[in-house]
Design a protein around this ligand. Structure first.
Ligand SMILES: *Cc1c(COP(=O)(O)O)cnc(C)c1O
Length: 373
């Protein structure tokens, strides 16, 4: 089975054109296109309700949200993180004048391994920045127990975790854990506002500093109390976020069904490690990462064979961020056997709400045929 139009690893969710036009129509009367307009506040409120958080600070994108919160915490020294992530996580640390220290990940869900965390702590450690990679939740309790012992702030990179919820309403919202969490609304994520992001925290003062950071530190039109930059979200972005927010539940259900179809087709093979969802969480099905037990060669053959049929899977996350030349120079060296093994074998398969069943089936057929060769 071949396919003519290229299928990418993801495809941006879009509202109907009509819905978007109706949402932005008032702007043509007000001429207010940015600088905290009506849509900005409307989106902020709707988002807080959807995510079940008390408050948040909207930003132009997830990366600037990460930098803003690291700056707002006024850190100096080393930040412990993982290398199995998008390069944004590591770059944010370095761009804030901090040194990344890479901790290995767990074999079961690829998040920071708390058993290896304490040995990364030095007198220079300023914070811990774990990643809920692929929407898989970090072991927040174990991480925060160690953080508390050394009095370190914990900032979660939750760029992949939008909409991940505990299955029981008794359980705490994961986005409220730690000192702060950062989410991304980039076009490639489960939920998008074209570009966008937010910092979530229980600490109102911290959120205010993040807010100041996104608007030159201006407390009002004349007084600045912080050396901020510009990371504001425009009205047009907020409008897209508002429209997409009403669709994201449906998007996640479609992704769930497609993930189950992948599982059904691929689970007979003992050469693959497939993603699973723990019983106590509602996943957002942000990605479908498959790990090839036989490693890089098979993974790369599958990648190539899929591409020949116009299916574009992606090696998320390969290489590890610590292996990029510029980062190698400034990072603290460490042993990362699990991260290296997962990165060598991982491939994220196409997954988005309106991906057709027949494409999932074709992708599985190609994978199964390559691994049985
Ligand atoms: C996408 C992403 C970011 C950055 O978010 P943007 O909104 O694209 O700036 C940060 N961390 C991770 C893990 C990401 O995947």
């Amino acid at each position: 089975m071949s396919n003519e139009t290229p299928i990418q690893v993801t495809r941006a969710m879009l509202p109907t054109l009509q819905d978007y036009i109706e949402t932005i129509r008032p702007i043509w009367d007000s001429h207010k296109i940015t600088n905290h307009g009506v849509l900005f506040f409307q989106f902020k409120k709707a988002l807080s309700e959807y995510l079940g958080v008390a408050d948040l600070a909207l930003c132009a994108n997830g990366h600037l949200a990460l930098e803003s919160v690291l700056q707002a915490l006024q850190l100096r020294g080393e930040v412990i993180t993982t290398p199995f992530t998008f390069i944004s996580t590591t770059n944010a640390i370095i761009r804030c004048g901090l040194t990344p220290v890479f901790c290995d990940i767990k074999n079961d869900n690829y998040t920071l391994d708390p058993a290896k965390l304490e040995r990364c702590i030095t007198p220079n450690t300023a914070a811990i920045l774990p990643v809920h990679v692929f929407g898989n939740l970090c072991d927040t309790e174990a991480i925060e127990r160690i953080a508390a012992k050394y009095q370190l702030p914990v900032v979660y990179d939750a760029a992949h975790a939008f909409g991940v919820r505990p299955a029981s309403s008794q359980d705490e919202n994961v986005l409220m854990r730690g000192t702060a969490s950062v989410v991304s609304f980039h076009a490639t994520k489960v939920f998008n506002s074209v570009e966008g992001g937010a910092v979530i925290s229980k600490d109102a003062e911290l959120l205010h500093r993040v807010f100041l950071n996104t608007n030159y530190g201006l407390e009002n039109s004349e007084i600045s109390s912080w050396i901020g930059g510009n990371a504001k979200m425009s009205e047009l972005h907020a409008a897209m976020g508002l429209c997409n927010l009403s669709l994201v539940g449906q998007e996640i259900s479609c992704r769930k069904r497609l993930s189950e179809l992948y599982y059904e087709c691929l689970s007979s093979s003992d050469k693959l490690v497939l993603p699973t969802v723990p019983k106590n969480v509602f996943s957002n099905y942000a990605y479908y990462p498959v790990v090839f037990r036989d490693g890089t060669q098979v993974r790369d053959s599958v990648l190539k064979r899929l591409a020949q049929k116009h299916y574009h899977a992606r090696r998320y996350f390969y290489p590890l961020t610590c292996d990029h030349p510029m980062i190698q120079k400034m990072a603290v060296k460490s042993e990362l056997p699990v991260a290296r093994a997962i990165s060598a074998g991982v491939l994220c398969l196409p997954l988005y709400g309106d991906l057709a069943d027949k494409d999932v089936l074709a992708i599985c057929e190609i994978i199964l045929s390559v691994i049985s060769e």
